[in-house]
Design a protein around this ligand. Structure first.
Ligand code: CTP
Length: 204
């Protein structure tokens, strides 16, 4: 199969030196890309900024913002058989980008107006037909209900539920929920082991 993988955070610029971002390291997405390659799949990895080296065998596209990630993914999606949405996409971006560095003014509060970003996985999965779509749900509570809502709303086949402690962690566990009613826990294990289990379960 040819599989599209999104990974890492996105960065939404405020001015030439500042951005809104998040704590995603990209490790899970890169690890899933490696697990897919190891099982003989072709991988297109679209990634936000991370400190990681992409696997050589993957087609790699580096992006910065959510909108760039969507554009890169759209380009490849037509020719793919599955998508693994692992990126921690910023849900909002600053409404205004200042070409000049914003100056400090200690006497003034500052508000940043935010605009919603597109939902990359939902946008692509909407037109997936029989192709396979897997997403992650990062929930701070128990989360099953919320994860199942995302599974349905985003038209996914699989959703991997985890908590904020998984961000940047070496060892983690996941709860894999399927549109077919599957509900199983993977791990605790290294992200490499988890990724292999996830790939086997979702696309074989
Ligand atoms: N996702 C995406 N584009 C977005 C937001 C999320 O592709 N703009 C994908 C993520 O890659 C993940 C899934 O959707 O696979 C769920 O992401 P998550 O952050 O848990 O959920 P959100 O839909 O952003 O909802 P919320 O932040 O309100 O929990």
């Amino acid at each position: 199969m040819r599989v599209l993988v999104t990974a890492g955070p996105t960065r939404e610029p405020l001015d030439p030196v500042r951005f809104l971002g998040n704590r995603s390291s990209g490790r899970m997405g890169y690890s899933i890309a490696r697990a897919l390659l190891a099982r003989g799949h072709e991988v297109i990895l679209v990634s936000g900024p991370t400190a990681l080296k992409p696997p050589k065998a993957a087609t790699f596209e580096q992006v910065e913002t959510a909108r760039q990630m969507l554009a890169a993914c759209r380009k490849h999606w037509k020719a793919c058989d599955a998508i693994f949405g692992v990126a921690a996409v910023a849900d909002y971006r600053p409404a205004k980008f200042s070409k000049r560095k914003l100056k400090r003014n200690p006497n003034e509060d500052r508000c940043i107006e935010l605009l919603p970003n597109p939902d990359i996985l939902a946008t692509l999965a909407r037109s997936k037909g029989r192709r396979v779509a897997l997403g992650f749900a990062l929930e701070s509570g128990a989360g099953k209900k919320e994860a199942l809502r995302k599974l349905k709303d985003k038209n996914l086949d699989w959703i991997a539920l985890n908590g904020p402690e998984a961000q940047g962690a070496e060892v983690a566990s996941l709860r894999l929920l399927g549109a077919d009613g599957t509900d199983c826990v993977l791990g605790p294990a290294s992200k490499a082991v988890l990724s292999r289990a996830l790939v086997r379960a979702a696309i074989g």
